[in-house]
Design a protein around this ligand. Structure first.
Ligand code: T1G
Length: 696
């Protein structure tokens, strides 16, 4: 492996290049290289200034995350940055690509910062459950003020060059060019001006209003409920205000070390790598995707319009098909309204909007408009008959090689594919609503789907900036199959004694974005009702069927869309629908159940055990490739708290023995629902974890 840090001296300028692909992360070798190179520079008398830059596509994207959780290796980054800052010659960081985390901390340790106009900056540590631990919480408040520092450090948000210049993080935006040339030119200017080193650590901290930190705590309590890192970030910045630099640095280190040892840090790092690993799918390795430029969407309801918008926003041509002219007009209006919303929120330029409406978007009731589509996604009513009809028509019209996709949430894609003369081109692309917002895309591979069609699904996901997960065919694929199982478990908790409102509260406290009953109201209770009716003929007589939800539906209450479901939706927000308690009491009475008190802990244990147990089956059956695929699915489509890493990571954290023991405990009340998954039993017997399967 060549030395990742190189030094070259040209006309009195020491040029330090960092080459550690793919993102120039600060591995031990890079830290050691920087320390060695700066020691060498100090010893020379022919150098007037120093330039640091990153080779290839970026400056430094931060610490090497793969080293986390292992024993730390010297030299430590804070010391290396202090050494850079202490250099007796002006040090210039020339920034391009992304200067993130430890990378930005290196830049702040330099004395001057010049950036490419397209460069991005950020301290994303908080999103990994830690804080900037190499002086970032001490230098940024000195450069840009405590309020800016609190904002950037507690949110991890990235900023562009203009904003970085405005807040004083960088000194200059250069014309676009290669970072070496840009850095050397700036260094020569500075030398000509006789510039001396200018150390961030020596800058005074400006006083701020006394309530700034309290306000930050309130913000964090709302936005990052349950998370440790944002709170430690605030404490570290507070330290910068009241402590001398070196003591502030020591305070930062202590707060950093505390987070480094937390389960939240492990979970968030797991989520980071899982979201990258999930795209590594063996059956499409080396397979070339088919080119996609024009797509068709069948059905212009909420889902179809959302898919069309997602595609339009990523520059694809879209033709939306509806049944008759009025439906076409409604679909067009749906798409237009959503795009206008993007313009209002500043996510889409007006000129881009005009361009989309004039050239890339069309809607029609004529299927023949799809003759030249590269990919068609069906998002019509969830009925096998309707879908079969659509696929028969698509088969007759679409060009050879067009990918024919269904957005079904539950139905058998093999059966749909069998309606066509080209089952190899048929695939499931399961979007989540609203499709232009939700990041998850389940790519459902049917028995005859060709690998290049699967690869095309993954390419499309990348283009739409979605996280794609490969799933196999079964009722509900990965996410909805697991959902329907844990929904039964929470229904069981309600029959046993908890109220739906207790359940929602306990699970929101656990970290979910919304409780399961509030989610049902949002999705529409009629959806689950239709599924239950569809599955009724095949329902096992041993299943304890909770009927209280059916009572709500029979009374015409479908949740938010009708103003009433588990909650009543009023102007001033939702409140519990007390009628539900009567339906629940009736259901218990009919089943001869005497309700008992249930703790929040038990509610969470039931929920998690059901989720993990079913997920283990999903992995064992090959519906999900690995446990990490389940985690990515639940994190991105089902509001599972990222700082818990996903259900499988959670299970590994609490221990698989506990999950298995919980399954056995709950089986005493309902032994049909709570049958232990063989994979879970096997892992416990072998003393292994789900993580071991991810690594295999
Ligand atoms: N360490 C190790 N590997 C990394 C990495 C990192 N920091 N960042 C990315 N990779 C790998 C990634 O796993 C993938 O590998 C490949 O690089 C390309 O990434 C002391 C504590 C830089 C914006 O949080 O945000 O500094 O899958 O697919 O879309 O305070 O990666 O190909 O094998 O994401 O072009 C703070 C994390 C660290 C930045 C590039 N830094 N990275 O995005 O490519 S903590 C971060 C990113 C820290 C100090 C501390 C993005 C990116 P593989 P990619 P991309």
């Amino acid at each position: 492996m060549p030395d990742p840090v190189s030094l070259e001296v040209v006309d009195g300028i020491a040029i330090v290049a960092i080459a550690n692909p793919p993102v120039n992360a600060l591995s031990q070798a890079v830290r050691a290289g920087l320390a060695g190179v700066f020691a060498a520079i100090e010893a020379r008398d022919d150098v007037r200034a120093v330039v640091i830059y990153g080779s290839d596509r970026t400056f430094i994207a931060g610490a090497d995350i793969r080293e986390f959780g292992k024993p730390p290796l010297e030299p430590f980054l804070p010391d290396v940055i202090n050494q850079i800052e202490a250099c007796r010659l002006p040090v210039i960081a020339s920034l391009h690509g992304t200067a993130l985390g430890g990378g930005l901390e290196v830049a702040m340790g330099a004395h001057f910062r010049v950036a490419d106009p397209a460069a991005r900056f950020g301290l994303p540590e908080v999103t990994l459950g830690i804080l900037p631990g190499a002086g970032g919480t001490q230098r940024l408040p000195r450069l840009a003020g405590a309020e800016v520092a609190l904002d950037l450090i507690t949110t991890g948000r990235q900023i562009g060059a203009e904003e970085a210049l405005a807040i004083g993080l960088i000194d200059k935006i250069a014309a676009a060019g290669d970072p070496r040339t840009v850095g050397v030119a700036y260094a020569q200017d500075l030398v000509r001006q006789g510039a001396a080193p200018r150390r961030s650590s020596a800058l005074p901290v400006q006083a701020v209003a006394p309530d700034v930190f309290e306000q930050a705590r309130t913000r964090v309590a709302q936005k990052s409920r349950g998370q440790l890192a944002p709170l430690n970030c605030i404490k570290a910045v507070e330290g910068a205000m009241r402590l001398p630099f070196l003591e502030g640095l020591a305070n930062e280190r202590a707060l950093f070390t505390e987070l480094m040892g937390s389960d939240q840090r492990s979970a968030l790092i797991h989520a980071f790598f899982a979201e990258r690993q999930v795209a590594k799918v063996p059956d499409i390795k080396g397979v070339t995707a088919r080119p996609i430029e024009k797509i068709g969407v069948i059905g212009g309801g909420t889902m179809g319009a959302g898919i069309a918008v997602a595609a339009l926003l990523s520059g694809l041509k879209v033709t939306l098909i509806e049944r008759e002219p009025e439906a076409v007009a409604r679909a067009k209006a749906n798409v237009t309204k959503t795009l206008e919303g993007s313009v209002k929120r500043g996510k889409l330029a007006q000129t881009k909007f005009d361009d989309i409406m004039a050239t890339t978007f069309s809607a029609s009731d004529d299927y023949s408009q799809l003759v030249d589509a590269d990919l068609v996604i069906e998002a019509v009513f969830e009925s096998m008959e309707v879908k079969k009809d659509v696929f028969t028509r698509l088969d007759a019209i679409c060009k050879p090689g067009a990918v024919l996709a269904t957005n079904t949430s539950y139905l058998d894609i093999n059966e749909i594919a069998a309606m066509t003369s080209r089952p190899q081109d048929v695939i499931g692309l399961h979007f989540f609503s609203p499709a232009h917002v939700m990041r998850l895309l389940e790519i459902v591979v049917a028995d005859k789907t060709a690998p290049e069609v699967t690869a095309t699904g993954f390419e499309l996901a990348k283009r739409l900036k979605k996280v794609a997960v490969r799933a196999g065919v079964c009722d509900g694929f990965i996410g909805n199959r697991i959902l329907s199982h844990y929904r039964k478990a929470v229904d069981g908790a309600v029959l046993a004694g908890a109220s739906p409102f207790d359940v929602d509260r306990a699970l929101v406290d656990f970290g979910l974005a919304m409780g399961p009953f509030a989610v049902s109201d949002l999705a529409g209770l009629d959806i689950g009702w239709a599924t239950r009716k569809r599955l009724a003929p095949t329902r096992d007589p041993r299943e304890v069927y909770a009927a209280f939800s059916d009572r709500l539906c029979e009374a015409g209450h479908f949740g938010r869309k009708t103003g009433k479901g588990y909650y009543v939706y009023k102007e001033d927000g939702p409140c519990p629908n007390e009628d539900v308690l009567t339906h629940v009491a009736d259901d218990r009475a009919a089943k001869g159940i005497t309700p008992r008190a249930m703790s929040d802990d038990e509610i969470v244990d039931r929920y998690m055990a059901a989720m993990v147990n079913e997920a283990a089956r999903v992995v064992e059956e090959g519906i999900a490739l690995r446990p990490l695929d389940v985690d990515v699915t639940l994190l991105n489509g089902y509001g599972f708290p990222r700082w818990r890493g996903g259900p499988m990571q959670y299970a590994d954290t609490v221990g698989l023995e506990k999950i298995l023991a919980d399954v056995a405990r709950f089986a005493r009340e309902d032994d049909f629902l709570w049958q232990p998954a063989p994979l879970l039993q096997r892992l416990v017997a072998e003393g292994k974890t789900f993580g071991d399967l991810n690594d295999a």
